[in-house]
Design a protein around this ligand. Structure first.
Ligand code: ADP
Length: 194
């Protein structure tokens, strides 16, 4: 089973990704995590992307494509992926289709975890306050930029998947368990799981 988790910054993608990983043993491919890791390790890639990420902008597609291709070719298991934070624009969505075609796997679900913008803003601001080590891109100014980038670049990807008939909108404003359960119920309709 291959899934894309889609949602604005603060929508709860990470939390639901963990739920799906634990429940179904999916392999998570989070471009944000991979990039943050390379910044921490101060690799060549990390140096290239640090400022872009700190400003809340998107990292160039070519960098993302090579990350994704590496990850997908790296694994013996060619199925059961969860994409989190990718694709983030139409080009990336088209590229993902190409790569998946090449290795002969397909997408089963695209979940849009839908949360009102006001709620997103307050969630991220709380997160920034509570965590001792805050992410550099979790300040309110950068958050506003990230939301703008999301609305401009990433939201149009939803129509792409809507047209392919694999988009499920999940109300992301309930509790964590409610959101997980909505996702689970959708999966259950197509897969024999419990
Ligand atoms: P969020 O909490 O907004 O979902 P992520 O952890 O997915 O954030 O990503 C953090 C940052 O990493 C983004 O703001 C962007 O700079 C960069 N990034 C992550 N994934 C991608 C991608 N697929 N394309 C371009 N940039 C990306």
């Amino acid at each position: 089973m291959n899934i894309i988790l889609f949602g604005a910054p603060g929508a709860g993608k990470g939390t639901q990704a963990n739920f799906l990983i634990n429940k179904f043993g999916l392999l998570q491919i989070s471009t944000g995590d991979i990039l943050r890791d390379s910044v921490k390790q101060k690799t060549e890639l990390g140096k290239q992307v640090e400022t872009i990420m700190a400003n809340g902008e998107l990292v160039p597609d070519e960098i993302i494509f090579s990350l994704i291709t590496d990850r997908l070719n790296d694994k013996d298991i060619k199925n059961d992926f969860i994409f989190d934070g990718f694709p983030r624009n139409l080009k990336q969505a088209q590229k993902l289709d190409e790569i998946m075609n090449e290795i002969n796997i397909h997408l089963d679900f695209v979940f849009h975890i839908d949360v009102e913008e006001e709620i997103l803003t307050s969630r991220i601001q709380n997160r920034a306050k509570q965590e001792k080590i805050t992410r550099k891109d979790d300040t309110s100014e950068v958050l506003i930029e990230r939301l703008k980038v999301y609305n401009r670049e990433t939201k149009p990807v939803l129509d792409y998947y809507l047209n392919k008939n694999i988009l499920t909108v999940i109300d992301g404003m309930g509790t964590i368990d409610e959101v997980s359960s909505d996702i689970f119920m959708t999966i259950k309709k197509d897969f024999k799981v419990d």
